[in-house]
Design a protein around this ligand. Structure first.
Ligand code: ATR
Length: 282
């Protein structure tokens, strides 16, 4: 460990349960090395009943902060002193920063990560380019819906197996979201500029997502937030008919960037080397 006085030693980590398979330590420790910083990013396996103690312990342990992941993203929000307005809208935090005054601030960088993953694939992408279809209305969908609405999406067609959950999100977030039954997912694609899968369908070990893409324009982006496997059946089908596909690894890597900046003071770059390194672990 270096003792360079210009770079104080900083600790960060990811609090979750289970958390052993998280790629976040590999991502953040790569950046710590790459930027010549002093510090470490560690796994913080914390059971739900210990979350309060663990979050309160961050300051005493000298942490700069931590990521919060499944299943703590909603519960942790009640344990911080300040909540960023975007995180409050999403209703979940994925990042805690121990501020200079010792107070804990909660952020959600998933929305940024998602939008940036689309921009990495298509630099001129715009949320208002046309209607968007979002599949799924769980926790992951919330950050994506808020992100798309913030970026100016004018029409979001939200399809979920349980229609009531889609309706509840449409009522909570308001225009431009419209809830549609799961059975209408193929028809919802008509004229769309973007299709996003936020369900677990297509993930390794799960059933594939069944959806006919015939009505989706070929210029539309197709994005899947799943990253195991990197090429889901949805992305394979989309690419086979000429649509640009965006995998979920881009969101994972990009959500880490502003969190790292909060703790270490550097906005880290996503390099092909880092992406290859993480791909090799999938
Ligand atoms: P996450 O936090 O990853 O979004 P979640 O909150 O459990 O996880 O949400 C999972 C999403 O996948 C939900 O939209 C779920 O639909 P329901 O709200 O009807 O449960 C969707 N999903 C999971 N299995 C599905 C299946 N077999 N068919 C259709 N949708 C499915």
């Amino acid at each position: 460990m270096s003792t360079d006085p210009h770079h104080p030693y900083r600790l960060a980590g990811v609090m979750g349960w289970p958390v052993a398979h998280s790629r976040s330590p590999a991502i953040h420790n790569h950046w710590i090395r790459h930027y010549g910083l002093n510090g470490s990013y560690v796994l913080l396996p914390v059971q739900p009943e210990r979350l309060t103690d663990a979050v309160r312990g961050l300051r005493a342990l000298g942490f700069a902060g931590c990521n919060i992941t499944i299943p703590h993203k909603v519960a942790a929000m009640a344990l911080v002193d300040r909540i960023d307005p975007l995180a409050a809208r999403i209703g979940a935090i994925n990042t805690i920063v121990v501020e200079k005054d010792g107070l804990l601030a909660g952020y959600n960088t998933d929305a940024y990560g998602y939008i940036q993953s689309l921009l990495d694939a298509q630099p001129h992408w715009r949320a208002d380019a046309g209607p968007v279809t979002v599949l799924g209305a769980g926790g992951a969908a919330r950050a994506i819906l808020v992100a798309l609405a913030e970026r100016g999406a004018k029409e979001i067609r939200l399809c979920n197996r349980s229609l009531d959950k889609a309706q509840a999100l449409a009522a909570e977030f308001g225009a431009p979201i419209r809830a549609l039954p799961w059975e209408q997912r193929a028809d919802a694609l008509e004229g769309c500029a973007l299709l996003v899968n936020t369900t677990s369908l297509g993930m390794k070990g799960q059933e594939p997502l069944e959806i006919a893409l015939d009505q989706l324009p070929r210029q539309a982006l197709v994005s899947d937030i799943i990253y195991v496997p990197l090429e889901t059946p949805l992305l394979a089908a989309a690419r086979a008919r000429g649509n640009v596909g965006v995998d979920g690894l881009g969101m994972l890597l990009n959500q880490a960037r502003p969190a790292f900046q909060h703790w270490f003071g550097v906005m880290p770059e996503l390099t092909p080397e880092l992406r290859r390194m993480i791909e090799a672990t999938l």
